[in-house]
Design a protein around this ligand. Structure first.
Ligand code: RFL
Ligand code: PHB
Length: 388
């Protein structure tokens, strides 16, 4: 088999890239290790920047998003006692949208056949070959081996995929920070406790009240890395959420059966070697942010906006400036989103190594944010997403 661009991974980065290339008439194919069902039911991000919603609109796959997505004109930071509202729209003229990554993924997969975008699910043993010469990707499906020869490989296979690992170790420049806690998340069909998101740094630690719709809530709390989902019977989690959000939210926490509960570790990571020969990395394969800034999916979208521009320029007129400059262009936005996610993580969580002084610093900073429009503007313009 032959194609122009072999894309590994059908998360948001691979799917958006595939659609952008197909819309420009460029042949490509997506290889995905998991089943379609698995990919479509993975619960992850919830907040989309304009960068991401604009791509969905440009691709004409925005109908359900326009109908069901919630426009968020502000969000709240809380210091345990009070809400500090960040009025995104007044401060930046923009807004974000609550629309689940799960829904976005479903929309992109559903639209693929009509747009001539082939996705091979359950592609096993994906391996990359000859990145500096004539690249190809091999895989097996139902016990049969396949090889796809291509011009370029897009590594959109997330943090654990094979693409990043195919880059020779001596070329690698990477930066990492792990955090000593994770987020325990719960999704339930109950109305959210508050009309807008609340990120809270209260006496019992960090918690986030988010949502997917007017009838579906998503909550998270900070937990030590040693804890497991089994340590958290549903009632224990609802009790904890009620303690944190009942005093500060409009309606208080409504309980309901959990549709999903999971623990995600928090990490900051940048793999600066985003290009090697004819391999280009995009999304979580090249960088991870802690979820506090709601940036991960949106960075995946901005990476593929740059990468699709560069590939289209290559095929239209042989102009390779975009491909040569891809990593530098993407990294300039990635590092700023890394900074913001790290900053908000530091401001809103209890770090086991921190004492009473550091907590006072957090409270003083939150008090400063509450009183300073300049600080609120800085937070709003980063949260809403920096321009492409
Ligand atoms: P993905 O989504 O991980 O997709 C990678 C795909 O590659 C496949 N794959 C392989 N395919 C073939 N062969 C192999 N060997 C393969 N190995 C892996 C995988 O099966 C998968 O389908 O990466 P992508 O596309 O770069 O997208 C990144 C986003 O998914 C991620 O950044 C966000 O979910 C992060 N994130 C959030 N981002 C936001 O912008 N806003 C948020 O509100 C937000 N909240 C979150 C989050 C992530 C979370 N978790 C669980 C990590 C909340 C949570 C709890
Ligand atoms: C979510 O709704 O899953 C969500 C929202 C905001 C974040 C992270 C996750 O910062």
């Amino acid at each position: 088999m032959k194609t122009k661009v072999a894309i590994i991974g059908s998360g948001p980065s691979g799917l958006l890239l595939g659609h952008l290339l197909r819309a420009a008439g460029i042949e490509c194919i997506i290889l995905e290790r998991q089943t379609r069902d698995y990919v479509e039911s993975r619960i992850r991000a919830g907040v989309l920047e304009t960068v991401t919603t604009d791509l969905m609109r440009q691709l004409g796959v925005d109908q359900r998003m326009n109908e069901e997505g919630l426009i968020e004109e502000g969000f709240n930071l809380a210091d345990g006692e009070r809400l500090i509202r960040i009025d995104i729209t007044r401060l930046t003229g923009k807004h974000v949208m609550v629309y689940g990554q799960t829904e976005l993924t479903r929309d992109l997969i559903a639209a693929a056949p009509d747009r001539g975008l082939e996705i091979v699910f359950e592609a096993k043993d994906v391996a990359l070959h000859d990145l500096e010469g004539s690249p190809s990707v091999s895989y097996s499906k139902d016990g049969i081996s396949h090889r796809i020869e291509c011009d370029f490989i897009a590594g959109c296979d997330g943090f654990h995929g094979p693409s990043r690992k195919a880059i020779p170790a001596h070329l690698v420049r990477e930066y990492e920070r792990e955090y000593p806690f994770g987020w325990l998340g719960v999704l339930a069909d109950v109305p959210p406790c508050h009309p807008e998101l609340i990120y809270s740094n209260g006496p019992r630690g960090f918690a986030l009240a988010s949502m997917r719709s007017a009838t579906r809530s998503r909550y998270y709390i900070q937990v030590p890395l040693t804890e497991k989902v089994e340590d958290w019977p549903e009632e224990r989690l609802w009790d904890e959420l009620a303690l944190r959000f009942d005093p500060i939210s409009e309606r208080g926490v409504t309980r309901g059966p959990a549709l999903e509960m999971s623990i995600a570790p928090l990490r900051s990571y940048v793999f600066e070697t985003m290009q090697h020969g004819r391999l280009f990395l995009a999304g979580d394969s090249a960088h991870i942010v802690p979820p506090t800034g709601a940036k991960g999916l949106n960075l995946a979208a901005s990476d593929v906006a740059y990468l699709s521009d560069a590939l289209i320029a290559h095929y239209r007129g042989g102009d390779d400036a975009g491909l040569n400059g891809y990593a530098a262009r993407a990294l300039s936005r990635i590092w700023k989103a890394e900074r913001f996610s790290w900053y908000l993580t530091k401001l809103m969580h209890r770090f086991p190594e921190d004492g009473a002084f550091e907590h006072r610093m957090q409270l003083a900073e939150l008090d400063y944010v509450a009183s300073s429009e300049a600080m609120q503007t800085v937070i709003a313009e980063n949260y809403v997403g920096l321009p492409l």
